[in-house]
Design a protein around this ligand. Structure first.
Ligand code: 1GP
Length: 252
């Protein structure tokens, strides 16, 4: 099974997929083995690795380290064309369909394509949509695009449908890392009611109840990042995973 098939079958069997996003700038090699063990025991389904801006971290070394300590899927969540590695299991091939900056819709993809081919990386085409979440986020600033207004679910629905009709395999509603406000439930509901491909939601999720509400409103994949950079929160990883796995009994 490739990673996309694993995602589809996990949605089917557990009712939702729970991914944790790891930022190579924040990865501490010393704590990774313990962190990954906690994640595996808690039922986390895989990891996204990458970020809009990597300052000090080395993506390749981070993936190598993570691979040593987990067999869960490792998926690159690229912030730029140099965030590619043959050691990852797949790549979210993000097209920033909420924006009107051609570089982030198709330009960077042309530059990355030969390397993806050479690495034989599974590229999962993803309609990536920034949703207004309070303050300007790194992804907005770096991409030079404006997010979809949070009170305009109809724009989000039309954008997601357009991405689906263009053949994309996932839709990602992104509030942005550390967002003040997560993507509104109403928008998740409206988008998921109209599309036929899996829906990922991330950004500013700091509470398992919010994650569950998102899944109940139609999100299929939930991503959290920042929250587990603080070790004192690790004891909640299981709660998050259980909240997303709506088809499994809560104590599993
Ligand atoms: C993934 O950018 C998010 O979609 C991660 O956001 O760090 O706020 O969880 P947080």
């Amino acid at each position: 099974m490739n990673v996309y098939q694993i995602i589809l079958s996990t949605i089917e069997s557990k009712g939702g997929v729970y991914f944790i996003l790891l930022d190579p700038d924040k990865i501490e090699a010393a704590t990774i083995p313990e962190f990954l063990k906690v994640c595996e025991n808690a039922g986390v389904d895989g990891f996204l690795v990458g970020g809009s801006l990597i300052v000090d971290g080395n993506l390749e070394a981070s993936i190598e380290l993570l691979k040593k300590h987990t067999s869960l899927p490792l998926i690159i969540f690229p912030g730029s064309v140099d965030q590619l590695s043959p050691k990852a299991d797949a790549l979210l091939y993000l097209s920033l369909v909420s924006g009107r900056n051609a570089e982030h819709i198709i330009g960077k993809h042309v530059l990355a394509a030969p390397t993806i081919k050479k690495f034989n990386l599974e590229a999962i085409s993803t309609g990536y949509m920034l949703i207004e979440s309070g303050r300007q986020t790194t992804a907005e600033y770096i991409s030079g695009t404006r997010p979809i207004p949070r009170n305009k679910p109809e724009i989000a629905v039309s954008t997601a449908l357009a991405a689906q009709y263009l053949g994309m395999k996932l839709i990602y509603l992104e509030g942005g890392s550390g967002a003040d406000n997560h993507v509104p439930f109403e928008m998740i509901n409206s988008v998921s009611n109209e599309i036929d491909i899996p829906l990922i939601v991330g950004g500013g999720i700091r509470n398992p109840d919010v994650a569950r509400q998102m899944v109940k409103n139609g999100a299929n994949i939930i991503v959290t990042g920042n929250y587990f950079e603080d070790k004192s929160n690790w004891n909640q990883i299981k709660e998050f995973a259980s909240a997303v796995h709506v088809k499994l009994p809560v104590d599993v």
